[in-house]
Write a protein that binds this ligand. Structure first.
Ligand SMILES: [Zn+2]
Ligand SMILES: [Zn+2]
Length: 263
């Protein structure tokens, strides 16, 4: 059975996905979905990392396209996937939530400071993994984001789960449980190439099982979203729902996270 809800869906505007908003809405209706959240990578006021995001000048048109797609048995929401760097918080508050009227924001830490004025991929070095954790915990605590996308992003780096991973996962999951911010089981991880698990086998980049065992023990809220990058994947990731239930994860719905759905 396809997913009924996904608040993590990209469109062509992020520069690395196919399809316009209306294509995703049509695919979602055909799949019997009830809630579709368009969460492209947010534009940034300084134009940083332009290859994976729309420019600020596209925001108003994009927002209007999302609003126009709402209806026909499907709630279509405007969200954004945001790098939770404090220097952008004013922009997120005033432009995304204020001017564009975003219904919700999700945090995703794709970049962590390398300490030399540049950026690391989260799993690139042990120090970047620790900075990733600090950034994720601060994002959860700041009150702007309803969910943390692919919290187990460190799984992108091949290799085994370590004691260091356990410590990091505990920090992230405890923060999520304390602040009621959902951790996302990300369907896109199932569609990406698998990596070596460090024990002679292979695994999905994410979801990474040991992370979710810790999330279940912490009582952190969890969601399963598709992170679709083409309309055909809009409702994909459903096989993670029984997996999550078996682990004892506390699955929550979009209505628990987005006040606009209560109206
Ligand atoms: Zn992402
Ligand atoms: Zn995404």
């Amino acid at each position: 059975m396809p997913l009924r809800e996904s608040l993590h869906v990209h469109t062509w505007r992020c520069g690395h996905a196919d399809g316009v908003v209306a294509d995703y809405a049509a695919a979602a209706r055909a799949a019997g979905m009830t809630v579709l959240g368009i969460a492209d990578h947010t534009p940034l006021p300084d134009g940083r990392w332009p290859e994976i995001r729309m420019p600020v000048s596209a925001l108003a048109t994009h927002a209007a396209e999302v609003r126009a797609a709402d209806g026909g048995g499907l709630r279509v929401l405007l969200g954004m996937e945001c790098e939770p760097l404090p220097e952008y918080f004013g922009f997120y508050d005033e432009v995304l939530r204020g001017q564009a009227g975003c219904d919700y924001l999700i945090a995703a830490c794709h970049f962590v400071a390398d300490g030399r004025g540049g950026w690391d991929w989260p799993g690139e070095r042990p120090v970047s993994a620790r900075r990733y954790t600090e950034q994720a915990v601060a994002a959860i605590a700041c009150g702007r984001f309803c969910a943390l996308a692919h919290p187990d992003l460190l799984g992108y780096t091949p290799g085994p789960w370590t004691a260091e991973h356990t410590a990091m996962a505990r920090d992230i999951c405890a923060a999520a449980a304390a602040h009621g911010v959902a951790l996302e089981l990300n369907g896109y991880g199932l569609r990406k190439p698998r990596v070596a698990d460090g024990a002679g086998g292979e695994r999905a980049i994410y979801p990474w099982l040991p992370f979710w065992e810790i999330a279940a023990a912490a009582g952190a809220p969890a969601v399963v979203w598709s992170d679709a990058h083409r309309p055909a994947d809009v409702a994909h990731g459903d096989e993670l729902i029984p997996w999550a239930r078996e682990l004892g994860l506390r699955l929550v719905g979009a209505g628990d996270l987005v006040p606009a759905l209560a109206r």
